[in-house]
Design a protein around this ligand. Structure first.
Ligand code: S3P
Length: 169
């Protein structure tokens, strides 16, 4: 089976996704990585050269190409849920697990990073606050299962997700 991880930047999607894939003997895929490969440039350069809307359309294209594959864990970019079409496409791939974290934790994880175009040029804490407020209801309505990663180890989070998906099948 496939598992989809959604959630804000800094909630641990990539790290958790990799470990989850290892445990399940699944492949690990990441929409940002697939986009960077197909475009041959970094996400921040895509935003700079082509803009956010162009990037959002690439996200849709990528998840369209993944519809026919099996047995992977998919980590997604934090804004993938902004297009309703993407949420519908993701739902067809597998259960959607939302990773969350407290705002202070997200800030501490993002503080020294400069590869997230939406958090550049201004006060990071304010940007995180604004984006989270806008996205929180969208994340929650897309999610089949929610894990708060704030005070948990990666192994605990992975275990929680595996218990959830196995009890459901
Ligand atoms: C974005 C999150 C990033 C990346 C891009 C836009 C967002 O992915 O897709 O910078 O809109 O939240 P991560 O969530 O993996 O950081």
């Amino acid at each position: 089976m496939n598992i989809i991880l959604i959630g804000f930047m800094g909630t641990g999607k990539t790290e958790v996704g990799k470990r989850l894939a290892e445990k399940l003997f699944n492949d690990f895929l990441d929409t940002d990585e697939l986009i960077e490969k197909s475009e041959g440039k970094k996400i921040s350069d895509i935003f700079k050269d082509n803009g956010e809307e162009y990037f959002r359309n690439l996200e849709t294209e990528v998840i369209e190409t993944l519809q026919d594959y099996e047995n992977y864990v998919l980590s997604t970019g934090g804004g993938i849920v902004l297009k309703d079409q993407n949420v519908q496409l993701l739902k067809e791939i597998g259960p959607i697990v939302l990773l969350t974290a407290r705002e202070d934790i997200i800030l501490s994880r993002m503080k020294d990073k400069n590869d997230r175009p939406l958090l550049e040029n201004g006060d990071k804490a304010e940007k995180i606050k604004g984006l989270l407020a806008k996205r929180d209801p969208i994340y929650k309505s897309a999610a089949d299962y929610i894990v708060d990663t704030s005070d948990k180890s990666v192994d605990n989070i992975v275990e929680e997700i595996i218990n959830h998906v196995q009890n459901k099948s």
